[in-house]
Design a protein around this ligand. Structure first.
Ligand SMILES: [Zn+2]
Length: 208
């Protein structure tokens, strides 16, 4: 799997200060993404780091929390800000397994996060260069360094596996409905099956 050339995403992506550390922290973010999967959420994870130490973690949980803003980045930002008693998270780096959306990009800018490192590109909603680049928007007051594509293959593969599994469960549920309906209990069939709805579905064409 290959990433698109960074130039096509229309954003500057400077070399990371420490590529090895970036990969290590991204693997911690991947662990957080696994937590999301275990709870049936789209597997995206984040860690917020300051001075080489993890300050806060977060994983995607809009379904469980009934909260459309509960993306991994927002969860980590809230935890860190609460911990520090300050919404400004100066000198921090945020690692997230999927390119931030516009909501999260703005939250990261409001929090004054110094650097944002993401894994897989998201060609549908990515606001780090894929659809738009809020991090390099000169009309905005605040900016953050941005680096994408770290452990992109692993980050993207996790999402692809999740949606593959979800399709398989949906197909099984439909097959179960048909079988039960054939046994003459159509009413039960209509309400049965495995609940896999209400998940945000960014499809599976992650750029990996
Ligand atoms: Zn987001």
């Amino acid at each position: 799997m290959e990433l698109e050339p960074e130039a096509e995403h229309g954003c500057e992506m400077p070399d990371p200060p420490d590529a090895q550390a970036d990969r290590a922290f991204m693997r911690l973010a991947l662990d957080q993404a696994q937590n999301a999967w275990l709870l049936g959420e789209v597997p995206v994870g984040a860690v917020l780091v300051r001075e080489g130490k993890v300050l806060a973690t977060g994983y995607n949980r809009p379904v469980g929390d009934s909260d459309p803003t509960a993306h991994a980045e927002i969860v980590a930002l809230r935890q860190a800000a609460s911990l520090l008693g300050n919404y400004r998270l100066l000198g921090c780096t945020l690692y997230v397994t999927l390119e931030p959306c516009a909501m999260c990009a703005m939250a990261l800018l409001h929090a004054r996060v110094q650097r944002v490192v993401f894994g897989a590109f998201d060609p549908k909603t990515g606001a780090g260069g894929s659809v738009l680049n809020l991090f390099a928007e000169s009309r905005l007051n605040h900016h953050a360094q941005l680096h994408g594509g770290v452990e992109a293959a692993a980050c993207g593969a996790l999402l692809q596996e999740f949606f593959r599994e979800r399709r398989r469960l949906s197909a099984q549920a439909r097959a179960g409905d048909v079988e039960r309906a054939g046994e003459g209990d159509a009413r039960e069939a209509a309400s049965g099956g495995i609940e896999v709805k209400h998940l945000d579905e960014p499809e599976e064409d992650f750029d990996v």
